[in-house]
Design a protein around this ligand. Structure first.
Ligand SMILES: NC(=O)c1ccc[n+]([C@@H]2O[C@H](COP(=O)([O-])OP(=O)(O)OC[C@H]3O[C@@H](n4cnc5c(N)ncnc54)[C@H](OP(=O)(O)O)[C@@H]3O)[C@@H](O)[C@H]2O)c1
Length: 318
């Protein structure tokens, strides 16, 4: 199999051929057709908590990053009944199960990490969903409970990124009134997807957001350095929640001691992917793709993602 890997965190990713992993009992092998790029992919290369965990409990051999994939099942292990060869799927790899990442021409995963794709949904659109879509979905449902009430007010900080664009659309689909903070260059896109826009380059975004609140849910998909939790929480209703998509050490006390502050891990599972695929199939979810690149240009994709200006998603093709 072909994977994108590098010898060190600073060496560029390049394609190498490595032996395929076995497709054991309970596994499926998927021929990867499209890979969604997430900031966690380059963060893992740089170490940090996830990178360290990956090195300790992940598979031996070259470090292969990447979580999101879409493709076709080409082999099923003993005992697999949910998926058959030929099934079109979207999913996410999981190093805690000893799996290699998705920057490869094939992955070996478990069926509960994959959702089936109907014929009408392209691999590229599907590959946008796993980490970013599941993170937005869980923020709105598990943290905010926005799916259980009508007319909830939701503030999305970082509305034009991978997580933010899904959060805006899903919150609107759940009947929420959404305020999205993005820069002026992305205002038209975020507004078209259903949010009232605040341009953070044109003034004090949090002061404007305060005037448009209070909120049942604030999703901070940028950072607490940029939008401090202590400035966000006063904008919440008494039962409102602040969801920190990005957690830095400064957030640890809030996450432990403040009941209105939470974070979640956008780990792709079939359960969380299925409603997203259904929304995509019905035309109820747009997947703005900024650029498609061959897997051989994964390093360039990481450079773009690191710069923090990606609108929607970057897609790699093995
Ligand atoms: N907890 C989890 O499981 C989880 C899951 C997914 C992602 N994350 C983390 O969440 C963060 C966002 O992920 P992502 O995939 O959405 O990233 P992304 O797509 O790379 O986000 C880039 C977007 O952020 C916007 N942005 C930058 N500075 C901003 C600011 N000050 N105010 C508002 N928007 C700003 C940019 O818009 P402009 O160019 O207009 O500034 C750009 O559109 C990353 O740090 C990622 O690692 C965590």
């Amino acid at each position: 199999m072909i994977v994108a890997t590098s010898n060190s965190s600073s060496a560029p990713l390049r394609l190498v051929e490595v032996p395929s992993l076995p497709c054991g009992a309970g596994d499926v092998r998927v021929r990867v057709r499209a890979i969604g790029v997430n900031p966690v992919d380059w963060k893992m290369r740089e170490g940090g908590p996830l990178g360290t965990a990956q090195r300790i409990i992940g598979p031996r051999g070259p470090l292969v990053v990447g979580i999101d994939f879409a493709g076709e099942v080409v082999e099923v292990g003993a005992g697999v009944t949910e998926l058959a060869v030929g099934a079109r799927v979207v999913g996410g790899t999981d190093f805690s199960r000893g799996q290699r990442g998705s920057y490869a021409d094939e992955v070996v995963v478990r069926p509960d990490q994959c959702a089936r794709l109907p014929e009408g949904v392209s691999f590229d659109d599907a590959a946008c969903l796993p980490v970013a879509g599941v993170t937005a979905w869980r923020a709105l449902t598990d943290v905010g409970g926005i799916n259980t009430r009508r007319d909830a007010r939701v503030l999305v900080l970082g509305a034009s990124g991978g997580v933010g664009l899904f959060a805006v659309q899903l919150a609107r689909a759940m009947g929420g009134a959404v305020v999205g903070v993005c820069s002026g260059r992305n205002a038209a896109l975020v507004a078209r997807l259903g949010a009232a826009v605040i341009d953070y380059t044109a003034g004090d975004a949090l002061a404007e957001a305060r005037a448009a609140g209070p909120y049942e849910l604030i999703i901070n998909a940028v950072s607490s350095e940029t939008y401090p939790a202590k400035d966000c929480r006063p904008m919440l209703t008494p039962t409102g929640m602040l969801d920190l998509v990005v957690v830095s050490p400064v957030d640890y006390p809030s996450l432990v001691f403040n009941r209105q502050t939470r974070t979640i891990l956008g780990r792709p599972t079939r359960q969380h992917l299925e409603p997203l695929v259904a929304a995509l199939a019905k035309g109820g979810l747009e997947t703005p793709i900024e650029t498609r690149l061959p897997l051989a240009e994964a390093e360039a994709a990481h450079g773009r993602s690191r710069a923090g200006k990606v609108v929607g998603k970057l897609i790699l093709h093995p």
